[in-house]
Design a protein. Sequence first.
Length: 638
Amino acid sequence: MVPDLAEKHAPLRPSPERVAARVVPAGPAISIVVPTRHEADGVAALLDRIDASVSLPTEVIFVDDSDDMTAFRVRTLGEAHRYEHLEIRLAHRPFAARRGGLGSAVVEGLRRARGEWACVIDADLQHPPELIEQLVAAGRSRRADIVVASRYLDGGSDSALPGWRRAMSRGCALYARALLPRRLGRTTDPLSGFFAVRTAAIDVDVLHPQGFKILLEVLGRHPRLRVVDVGYVFQERYAGLSKASARELVRFGRQIVALKSPGADRAPAPHRQIALYDIHGILTIRSAHRLPELEKFRVRQLTSPPDIEVGILGRADTALVELEQTVPHIRYGERLGHHGFVAEVELLDTDRACAWVSPLVARSEHVLYTNVVEPMIRWALVKRGHVLVHAACFARDGEAFLITARTDTGKTTTMLKLLDRGGLRFVSDDLTLLDATGRVLTYPKPLTISNHTVHALTSAELDRVERTFLPLQSRVHSRAGRRFAFLIASQRFPVATLNAVVQLLIPPPKYHVERLVPGVESEHDARLRALFVIERSTDTDDVRMLDADETVDTFLANGADAYGFPPYEKLEPLLRFPDGDETDLATAEAEIIRSALGALPSYGIRSSNMGWAEAIAQLIDEGALAHAVVPDELGRPA
């Protein structure tokens, strides 16, 4: 992920004025993508020259693969707010994400570019920044898709290169154009590292670069681009070291072979597996592996860079030099290397994050979501003025009712019984999205059921195989199984790895509500009307009113009970807000919940025979709910 370092940090706690809608500022006209590796000495000079030469709104996206102080220097300059025309953004890539060299770094930057045009430029000032707006102007006036700064056109020169480098560069360019004349013959300099491209004209998911010759990849994968050349004089290097090497020459050869293969303009198989999710326009996710819990939020494309990105580690030993000085991060592993549970999470912005997981975690997709992705979603939603409350939700006539309980109490069964009676609409189970105005939004994860749940329903549509294996699944994923897992976790056993293996071999029994209550209707959003806190009791059956403080505390306690499994203990300290404040996630969530509840009625229902559904139905049907008086300025019942 790429942080927006120059923007002001979001307020520490969401205010009612900010949570009603997410405001997206106008984007830049030009995105400048700068791949860096050990370029700390040249960053300031590059930014000074860019700032002095651009007049349009511009963002500079540094994608850094360094192990030195480059990322720290970029962050420091961005936070200093010294550049009048520039918004500075940074992505410091973990070691495992650097496959493909600087070419893949450029792809990362292009993926996040928000401008109409993206300009790719090196950080060593061999590409003069003063030409950036000239390239864009040429593209606009000549209706081009890509404008190449060429060393071999009239007005251009490569005399700053040593003689052997000039000969090698020209020879490789001739070789590439000879092998791919239709695709590369549209420019005089197919190996240029300095070009501007109209972002809407390319599909970054088909780019699969090897090495630093990214223009070769862009042209080779997009044979229909309209190309224009503009001559330029290649400059002396200001700082840093050349990336040319024998290894890069081998990569160049492999890249040519890949571009000559059939279907070179189609996305490689790994990219076709990418899953994209949009949660009500509030939060977007891009994952290298599907997340079944978010299937109802899946989309074909995102209109902006993802807020959360999930990747798969190619190797587990990804300790990052100097990372502590660039981005907040954690790494969790269990001494088993890439064969076990490994998760690396980075918060790269005030409200954006990325995670890298080992292949085992990726394959155990329920563990990937529950133990890694969901805590990140929870954090990111709070930054956007929403909270995932640990509660089921149903609605009637536009009014929403929440049911919360400690884990494995009977919340899901209670809600399904209510839906099975008819007359109610499904909103969410387990987690519900709530904002400070009291509006709930559906969060339709599949429901985790038990053998008891199915027996309590009249028409669940499970086939014979599913019913046969349900008792085993219920026992493995029961409250007793959860307690056993926490017990061995306290003994420093590799419990996260064991959990991933078990859930891979015996997946939890998860079904969408339509399978369990056929014909049930769903509600997208509703206004919160009342809350029910259900509890088990050995000898007491009663209903009592709860005050606001008790209700908020109960929500937080139930939410905390749902988390706590590794690696959450390591991840939790990371869930702090910026600006040096020590406010934690739970405190921010409590403020949103308290604002949402207002003076709404909250009921504590204790039952010795799991009769919560009957008690809730009676309260609703008989109109026995306490009534609010008038709506306040936010539209909540007061």
